[in-house]
Design a binder for this molecule. Sequence first.
Ligand code: SF4
Length: 198
Amino acid sequence: MKTICVLHSKIRRCRKCRLCTGRKHAVPGEGPCPAQIMLIGQAPGRSEDKTGRPFIGRAGKFLDEMLTEAAIKRSECFITSAVKCFPPSNRAPKTDEINSCKPYLYEQLKLVRPKGVVLLGNIAQKAVLGTDRTSQRSVVHGTNTSFHRKLGTGNRKPITLSGITYFPTFHPAAGMRFPKIARNIVKDMHKLKMLLKR
Ligand code: SF4
């Protein structure tokens, strides 16, 4: 059986998309496996690229504060991102890069077996749930048009599919700029905490 360590060493050597050329380190993710909570961001930033660890820059520190406010320990979460390598100039990952990296994310979901997954921003939502407007298909969960209707733009309602509850929310970088968004991220973290108590 493939373990998370085997998968992560494969990711560290991966050259499937152009992002491998500019990275210092691939950032597979970290945390307990299995874990009840999984957090998925967009892509590594400069600090993450330097160290090979997820969410350790400014947005990461902000995320830690959000977790603390919701009484969630970072050490109990498996943390990763939609693409595992730093996009040049911190740009958003392109669709083909997200698609190349998706199989790793899906393998992580299978191995971590989370009860709740927080999708931090549009890129994570697109990678996991296939909410790209050009596609009505989620590779993880198959075609699910009613799900896409429910999600909608800005709809942060949790969605349960195949026993996993997904919490679409904002990226912490947006929360750093807008206090209202930060409050909404914390609200979503609280919803996750409630789910775990059930
Ligand atoms: S972003 Fe993903 S698919 Fe692209 S090189 Fe890095 S690990 Fe491989």
